[in-house]
Design a protein around this ligand. Structure first.
Ligand code: ADP
Ligand code: MG
Length: 730
């Protein structure tokens, strides 16, 4: 082992779990202490202001200007009581991640001094020079202003000395420059459309909410080892590295005991999360070594997503306190599983009904269940390519379709019970489905749909979009992604589908059909229409790829081409009908997606070039010259024939090293040329395609030769920490 690696490993081994100060508080006492929630609002706002504010929140309205100043005063007072000195609008630009600009709570008092000030204006709207955020051509250079404004459905919180105010981020012209704005619009659209359909079943429902429960997967690596891997530092993944002899074959990490250092990290993380009002619930090891998962209790989609993004920030900070770096990249290590962020999604009413929950032996509830289920299926069917675009990125591309993660084709898994229900519905005459008993209670001629589905054990891990008893689990979302992108597409597609469903049912009812017959008629037709999306088999198999193509599902695997799905006429029309994104916004988001793709690959290619020429080739050549030296000395000392025999092994190694080094250096030159050729392309789409088609394949070829060198070069001179060192925390 090289001295450098030995030192780093020793450091890693010596690290002890960080002890937390004894904590007397129960989780319920910690929950939300850093959040300006209703309890704090009540305390810091006057009665009238509190009432107006909470009413606006409940009704999904913006902040009422008349109370903005009073709210700001109360919020500032609370934040100052929490020892905050600064505030920031906290928003989610299209770069991914979160952005903040901190300002102190002070203003000139006009007499040469300062006063602590924070006005309502700041809550309602703040101007940000946003020219360095991606906008895909929406903002002209002379109009670089962006605006952010408080999203009152997400409460403000304090982190360290800063009051953070969750905000939307829009351009001067009102176009969305972030994820939150269209996510909020999509929640509104699906809420309204689902409410209208709900009316067929209930008259006491006044609101439908889209829910998200995410499961965040991540890797931890020791910080000192991480620091010796420029590829991990700069790109978030290892661009080279041979498999460790032991990785996940024994599956001994999954649900195994959590290492004590990691447990200490998790404990502190959970405390921090609870204080911020994030209802974290489960934690466990994942499949790969050093891979873990954290999941909260589900919440309203917009809040859940804010909580996910906030948690990612907190995780990074807490990890460092424990001598770790957290990796959110979808595929930090080749040969072991990557990370995802399963998005569990459902629709629920303000009366507590989960619209995707089967109704047991209640016929009308079951009709409601199949209605919503089938409409979601149809929405996913109509927009399967677009949904794939929503989860596609340069980083997630390494994970999808890799025989361990959901395939790059969107399909729906239902499981045998639900499949049977739908098959029966489809094949039974409508008249036989709907009967009324002697008390004229509706009876549905399909078997009862038991609650037992909740414990549905025939889960299919190979499906990107699985029904799991009372919700759908969109598993293709990447671990580093902002889930808003996937959720806004899903919400909008479902909203659009529910609207068209309602139009159809209403038309049949006006034509004289009963409500029940009309509902069943349209549901039956939808079952037939969306059959192509319905697949319970093995999503990893090659047969499925052929079958999916025959079914007309989107099978494109090139990420830059998948982004085209955003601007398909069917996508633009759907987004415009639901009011979630305009054509202009879609075009600009596409530009940003291509640009981001290019930049990610560009950085990787540059890091790979540097590492190759500065680490790999010098180390390999150095070792080769040691071998050459040895051969020379043998030849000088021993008779020719004997020397030949004695140095055969060394000579063979010298040849192999030469072969790999030659391949690597030639191809790094090609890589640089490919990059240069791509860089001069002005069209972002074409440039991303060039990076995908010419740069990416070269990188994986170069890598395979580097990984072979790692196996033959003397371990004492190899500078980069190896997989077996990075992947095991003790
Ligand atoms: P698994 O790993 O088996 O899928 P987990 O318990 O790790 O299950 O995660 C399940 C996730 O689904 C949690 O985040 C949970 O809050 C969420 N969830 C449960 N019910 C719903 C629902 N009705 N709507 C949305 N999310 C839900
Ligand atoms: Mg899951």
């Amino acid at each position: 082992m090289s001295i450098l690696r030995f030192d780093l490993l020793t450091e890693a081994f010596r690290r002890k779990p960080v002890k937390l100060e004894a904590l007397d508080a129960r989780p319920s006492e910690l929950f939300g202490v850093n959040v300006f929630n209703r309890e704090r609002m009540q305390k810091y706002l006057t009665k009238g202001v509190y009432k107006t504010l909470t009413e606006s929140i409940d009704k999904g309205l913006p902040l009422n200007r008349n109370i903005a100043d009073s709210v700001a005063q109360g919020m500032r007072q609370w934040a100052m009581d929490m020892k905050a000195t600064h505030y920031t609008h906290w928003f989610h630009p299209l770069t991914g991640g979160t952005a903040e600009k901190h300002d102190a709570f002070i203003e000139h008092d006009g007499r040469g001094g300062v006063i602590e000030e924070f006005s309502g204006k700041v809550l309602i709207q703040q101007e940000t020079d946003a020219s360095s955020f991606p906008n895909g051509g929406i903002r002209n250079t002379f109009e670089a202003r962006g605006y952010s404004a408080w999203d009152i459905s997400s409460p403000a919180f304090v982190v360290g000395d800063t009051l953070c105010i969750p905000t939307i981020f829009i351009s001067y012209t009102g176009d969305a420059l972030d994820y939150k704005t269209p996510l909020l619009k999509s929640n509104h659209a699906v809420g309204k459309a689902a409410l209208d359909v709900c009316r067929y079943f209930y008259d006491d429902v006044s609101k439908v909410i889209s829910y998200l429960g995410w499961e965040q997967e991540y890797f931890l690596v020791d910080e000192s080892l991480w620091g010796a891997r420029p590829d991990l530092m700069l790109t978030g993944r290892t661009l080279m590295g041979h498999d460790s002899a032991k990785n996940q074959q024994l599956e001994d990490h999954y649900f195994g005991a959590i290492p004590s250092r990691v447990l200490a990290f998790m404990t502190e993380l959970e405390i921090e999360a609870l204080k911020l009002g994030i209802p974290v619930k489960t934690r466990h090891n994942e499949v790969a070594p050093n891979q873990f998962e954290l999941a909260p209790i589900y919440e309203e989609t917009n809040l859940a997503n804010d909580h996910n993004l906030l948690l990612m920030v907190v995780m990074r900070r807490v990890a460092r306190r424990h001598g770790f770096r957290v990796l959110f990249h979808e595929k930090p290590f080749k040969g072991v599983n990557g990370s995802g962020k399963h998005n569990n999604w459902s629709l629920g009413t303000d009366t507590g009904v989960n619209l995707l929950s089967p109704g047991g032996d209640n016929a009308l509830e079951n009709l409601r269940f199949v209605t919503f289920l089938v409409n979601v299926m149809k929405a996913v069917h109509s927009h399967n390519g677009l949904l794939k675009a929503s989860i596609s990125s340069a980083t997630n591309a390494h994970r999808l379709g890799g025989g361990e993660a959901p395939p790059a084709i969107v399909s729906i898994f239902l499981g045998s019970q639900v499949s049977q229900v739908l098959t029966r519905l489809e094949s039974t005459d409508t008249d036989d489905i709907i009967t009324f008993d002697n008390k004229s209670q509706l009876e549905l001629g399909v078997s009862n749909i038991p609650e037992l589905l909740l414990d549905n054990t025939d889960r299919n891990r190979t499906s990107p979009f699985a029904f799991t008893g009372n919700r759908f689990e969109f598993r293709a979302v990447g671990s580093s992604a902002n889930s808003a992108e996937a959720m806004l597409v899903l919400n909008a597609a479902v909203a659009d589908q529910l609207c068209s469903f309602k139009r159809e049912v209403d038309a049949l009812i006006s034509g004289g059909m009963t409500k029940e017959v009309a509902l069943v008629t349209v549901v039956k037709r939808l079952i037939v229409d969306c059959k192509a999306i319905w697949f319970d088999g093995n999503g990893y198999s090659d047969q499925w790829k052929e079958e999916a193509a025959r079914r007309g599902l989107d099978c494109e695997t090139s990420v830059p081409l998948i982004f085209d799905r955003y601007v398909l006429p069917s996508s633009i029309e759907m987004f415009e009908r639901t009011g979630v994104l305009s054509r202009r916004e879609l075009k600009s988001r596409c530009e940003v997606a291509w640009e981001t793709y290019t930049k990610k690959v560009q950085i990787e290619a540059r890091v790979m070039g540097d590492l190759t020429m500065n680490h790999i080739v010098p180390v390999a050549s150095g070792y080769q010259s040691v071998l050459l030296d040895n051969v020379y000395k043998i030849k000088a000392l021993f008779p020719a024939e004997e020397a030949e025999e004695m140095s055969r092994h060394d000579v063979e190694l010298i040849r192999r090293i030469s072969g790999h080094v030659d391949f690597i250096t030639t191809n790094v030159t090609k890589l640089i040329d490919a990059r240069k050729a791509a860089n001069v392309i002005s069209c972002e789409r074409e440039k991303a395609i060039a990076y995908h088609d010419t740069v990416v394949p070269l990188m994986s070829e170069i890598r395979s030769h580097i990984d072979k060198l790692e196996l033959i070069v003397d371990d004492r001179v190899w500078t980069l920490p190896k997989y077996r060192e990075l992947l095991f925390i003790r």
